[in-house]
Design a binder for this molecule. Structure first.
Ligand SMILES: C[S@@+](CC[C@H](N)C(=O)[O-])C[C@H]1O[C@@H](n2cnc3c(N)ncnc32)[C@H](O)[C@@H]1O
Length: 209
């Protein structure tokens, strides 16, 4: 029987380890990050993630920043490099991804990265910024629940930056966010990806039952 393909968001990936290395080359940063099977895009920096890191706004210099769905850590490590006085919370359900992210941050000398599961009691209540290449493959309703929960934790005046492929529903996500009452702007579009900025809303938008 053929093995069932494993999702990148499995909590405990069972696939045999296959070590890899991704070089993150940006105008301001060079990082070598270890990857493995069972995590998202282990062979190269995902083009959506690249758009987020190249065109997304600079992180605030301090405060608690969230990388929602950190994978092996490209977003968390770049944010931590760009904002050494900030604390970057790298959150993922995938334990293999969390271990890789923690190792990559340590190898890069980034002591300001905290890699934790989403239910970690240590996570702050509010974030000075949220960055995410979100897990679209979990399905539309779970994705909406995930974003609703974490966007509600933006600090007053803070912004979230989300990247998504157009073919994966970026434009319908844009529409859904706006319909929920979130101030949302398209910051950039490139190679089929959309970069969306979601601003703090004074009254947390709620979905009618
Ligand atoms: C599209 S990948 C992005 C990974 C990484 N940020 C990158 O750009 O390479 C989305 C990540 O979200 C994680 N994820 C899935 N469900 C999650 C949840 N409920 N909470 C946090 N992270 C989740 C997946 O395990 C995966 O690592």
């Amino acid at each position: 029987m053929r093995p069932v393909a494993e999702h990148y968001f499995a909590a405990r990936p069972q696939s045999a380890h296959r070590a890899g290395l991704v070089r993150v080359v940006l105008p301001d940063i060079y990082l070598e990050l270890r990857t493995d099977s069972g995590v998202f895009s282990p062979g190269r920096l995902d083009p959506g993630t690249r758009l987020l890191l190249e065109e997304g706004p600079a992180p605030p210099p301090e405060g608690d920043l969230l990388d929602l769905g950190c994978g092996y850590g490209p977003v968390a490590c770049v944010l931590a490099s760009r904002a050494p006085a900030a604390t970057v919370w790298a959150v993922d359900v995938n334990e293999r991804a969390l271990r890789l992210c923690a190792g990559n941050a340590a190898d890069a000398g980034l002591a300001n990265v905290r890699c934790v599961p989403p239910d970690s009691p240590g996570l702050p209540a509010r974030f000075a910024g949220i960055w995410s290449n979100p897990p679209v493959r979990i399905g539309k309703a779970p994705l909406h629940d995930l974003l609703r929960a974490w966007l509600a934790r933006l600090a007053p005046g803070a912004q979230a930056c989300l990247v998504m492929g157009r073919n994966l529903g970026a434009d319908s996500l844009h529409y859904w966010l706006a319909a929920q009452g979130w101030p949302v702007t398209r910051l950039a579009a490139r190679s089929g990806y959309r970069l969306l900025a979601v601003d703090y809303a004074e009254r947390t938008p709620v979905t009618p039952p």
